[in-house]
Write a protein that binds this ligand. Structure first.
Ligand code: MN
Length: 423
């Protein structure tokens, strides 16, 4: 796919030279502050000082959600641009700028006021009002264009490449062989959706109950759910089995005997703030800061040396690697050359056209599957496969096949052992 010049500039972001305070009005800053308890500091400039509130659960994501804001002492103006960033390697520490811009008071009330925040990071109207002593409530007034914790967000897709890209503007990760998942977090509720938007939260109770794995109240993450074998390699059959299992008892049992891990590789939204327009390296910093170590959620590590990682992937017979441009935005639902998949194993996407009934010990299931690849709208017949499945997979595939309606043979070609059922 050729991309126009205009698209190129939209996909990548130049590293800003300095923080510019955007918008018109009076300055504001929100800090993400790792103190004894993680909280956010909202500071609004007024009469030469910064009026300050500590907001433990972050900016409210959409109207109807109220957040406690505890007023703290006025801070001097120098705090406006204070950015402690993340101390090197110390995720879960520091005090750093989460949003910086201008605000305007849109309505004055007896117990507080309405105000609009305008910045690169946050744009929205909020209301803050005093309930008692130093306690205030903060809520969002306007409806955000995208509700990241509720709306369906399409994951970003990758293009194929035959070898890792060179140059230092890429980060390289292992391509996890599992189930692509979009993980949303909202006030302790974890929700897991697949690429096809199916809610599969109940299949993975060990992930659903691990809401404490996050240093965040609200978030949206892009990830891959895997089962690992003894050597730490992703076992695709096992995780598919987890996905297809039925019954709460069975699922609970499997969550102990065949647990999954969720490798998170991107963060799209965090505590009231969109991240999709940030460069990948920045999103990864926020992501890492938002995930606690030693939980079923793991950070998918990224390295600078793509060739070495690809070699290691080949040596360990992994599926392959993904190379991502450091400056790239998150392009939801789009395939671009910002993300490249480089496969070790040559896998191909095929369609099942039909099957032969099984014989002997497979008389209760299928014998062989007739597969085809798609070129445009046309199926190209590729032959019959009958081996390489384990018992569980055979049963699961057969169950799905049986649930389909029988149709006429969808291709004109003569197929192997032509006396079969199409589905
Ligand atoms: Mn603070």
């Amino acid at each position: 796919m050729k991309l126009t010049k205009k698209n190129e500039t939209l996909k990548r972001l130049p590293e800003p030279a300095a923080r510019v305070i955007e918008g018109s009005g009076t300055s504001f800053v929100v800090h993400r502050h790792h103190a004894t308890n993680l909280h956010y500091d909202l500071r609004l400039e007024k009469d030469g000082v910064l009026k300050s509130w500590a907001v433990p659960r972050g900016l409210p994501p959409y109207p109807g959600v109220k957040r406690l804001a505890v007023q703290t002492e006025d801070h001097p103006m120098k705090y406006l641009t204070f950015d402690g960033a993340i101390p090197k390697g110390q995720y879960g520490a520091g005090k750093w700028i989460y949003a910086l811009g201008k605000y305007t008071v849109t309505k004055d009330k007896k117990d507080g006021f309405y105000f609009r925040l305008s910045s690169k990071e946050v744009n929205g109207e909020y209301r803050i009002y005093n309930i008692k002593a130093k306690e205030w409530l903060l809520e969002r007034v306007d409806t955000p264009q995208i509700n990241y914790v509720h709306d369906v967000i399409e994951p970003m897709l990758s293009s194929s490449a035959t070898k890792p890209p060179t140059g230092d503007n890429f980060l390289h990760e292992i391509k996890w062989d599992g189930i692509r998942a979009i993980i949303s977090l909202e006030d302790g509720q974890v929700r897991i959706r697949t690429r096809n938007h199916n809610d599969v939260t109940k299949q993975f109770p060990e992930l659903a109950k691990a809401d404490k794995a996050f240093r965040a109240t609200c978030g949206l993450f892009d990830a891959e759910i895997v089962c690992l074998d003894k050597s730490g390699k992703a076992d695709f059959k096992k995780v598919i089995h987890r996905l297809m299992s039925n019954g709460e008892t069975t699922i609970q049992k499997l969550s102990k005997t065949s647990p999954v891990y969720c490798y998170i590789f991107d963060c799209l939204y965090l505590d009231g703030r969109t991240l999709i327009n940030e460069p990948l390296v920045k999103r990864r910093e926020w992501m890492r800061d938002a995930i606690k170590p030693e939980t079923p959620y793991r950070v998918s590590e990224a390295v600078e040396d793509g060739e070495a990682l690809f070699e290691a992937a080949r040596e360990h017979q992994l599926e392959g690697i993904i190379s991502k441009e450091k400056d790239g935005r998150y392009l939801a639902g789009k395939r671009s050359d910002l993300w490249l998949k480089i496969k070790v194993r040559n896998t191909r996407e095929c369609y099942i056209l039909g099957y032969n009934p099984g014989k002997g010990n497979r008389s209760q299931v299928f014998g062989g599957l007739h597969i085809a690849e798609k070129e445009g709208a046309e199926f190209i017949y590729r032959g019959k496969v009958g081996t390489g499945f384990d018992d569980n997979l055979i049963k699961e595939i057969y169950k799905q096949l049986k649930s389909l309606k029988e149709i006429k043979k969808p291709i004109p070609d003569k197929v192997m052992d032509e006396k079969l059922v199409f589905g």
